[in-house]
Design a protein around this ligand. Structure first.
Ligand code: GLU
Length: 293
């Protein structure tokens, strides 16, 4: 299969230098390998996604000289696919509904017997308050659209191979210097540092983790190129691929572009927005220069 990668921005603010780095890196890798560069608009968070940000994404990327295949995949068009995967997990008894608020979770996680609250890819690792409720069944009411969590203990039991030498999560990290090579994560580590993650967020019917895994498979992605801040999330993604019978791509987690104080750029860092550099007369070559590409 030819090298296929993607850039997957969320249209919730302006693209900044960090996005430009990710997009150009992925694009150039695809071109150098005679492969494919795809785009995906990650707009499941309807409360934050805006059409004008989406339009600006296309404009900025084209200005940077990037070309991508069309049609562009848009997550908001794929809600039925996410629901089918959730139904599959529900039928296997792997999800439970969770009525805990953020404050409940913070309080339970910092109870004296729990030790210091542990931070996982999605913030505080869920302390398991609702885990012993019976699994949610398809068609069960979800009062207040309560989130659905993955029962990680059960999920790991399903992904453990009879040949116990194979760990539930194994993937190739092709970029991050401290992790380069085959990364293997044990069940014990996943239980401890990831825990019961949310797969259907309140009012959303899906989550970043579930959508990204289904979309990468649907787009035939062989190589995911993205920032090192998502390295921990990759453990979740590979586990979901295993659970849902999807292929695992190779991962290239690249270094993050930081501001002068060493902080990584966030969406609100409008000072580093590509559109602002453009308005100030920068050329695409200047942007490449600024990010060292
Ligand atoms: N939509 C995510 C973001 O903008 C990127 C997800 C990914 O590359 O897997 O941070």
């Amino acid at each position: 299969m030819s090298f296929t990668t993607r850039f997957a921005p969320s249209p919730t603010g302006p693209l900044h230098l960090g996005h430009a780095y990710s997009a150009i890196l992925a694009h150039d890798m695809a071109r150098a390998r005679d492969g494919r560069f795809l785009l995906r608009i990650e707009d499941i968070d309807r409360s934050r996604a805006r059409p004008e940000w989406e339009a600006q994404i296309y404009d900025d990327l084209a200005w940077l000289g990037l070309r991508w295949e069309t049609p562009v995949m848009r997550q908001s068009d794929r809600l039925p696919t996410y629901q089918t995967a959730l139904d599959d997990l529900l039928e296997r008894g792997l999800l439970y509904s969770c009525s805990c608020s953020r404050a409940d979770i913070a309080a339970a996680a910092s109870a004296p017997q729990e030790g210091a609250p542990l931070l996982g890819p999605d913030g505080v690792v869920y302390p398991g308050t609702c885990r012993d409720k019976r699994p949610h069944i398809k068609g069960d009411p979800r009062p207040d659209n309560a989130p659905l969590r993955l029962n990680m203990t059960k999920a790991l039991r399903l992904t453990e191979h009879s040949d116990s030498s194979t760990l539930p999560v194994t993937f190739e990290e092709a970029c991050l210097p401290s992790k380069r090579g085959i990364v293997e994560v044990s069940s014990a580590e996943i239980l401890h540092s990831v825990g019961d993650i949310v797969l259907a967020r309140r009012d959303m019917g899906t989550s970043y983790h579930l959508s990204v895994v289904l979309d990468d498979a649907a787009q035939g992605i062989t190589d995911v190129v993205r920032g090192a801040d998502l390295f921990e999330a990759t453990v979740i993604h590979v586990l979901l691929q295993e659970l849902l019978g999807l292929p695992t791509p190779a991962y290239h987690h690249h270094a993050l572009i930081r501001d002068d104080k060493g902080k990584r750029l966030a969406k609100r860092d409008d000072a580093r927005a590509i559109s602002l550099y453009r308005a100030q007369g920068a050329t695409p070559a200047d942007i490449r220069g600024l990010i060292g590409l």
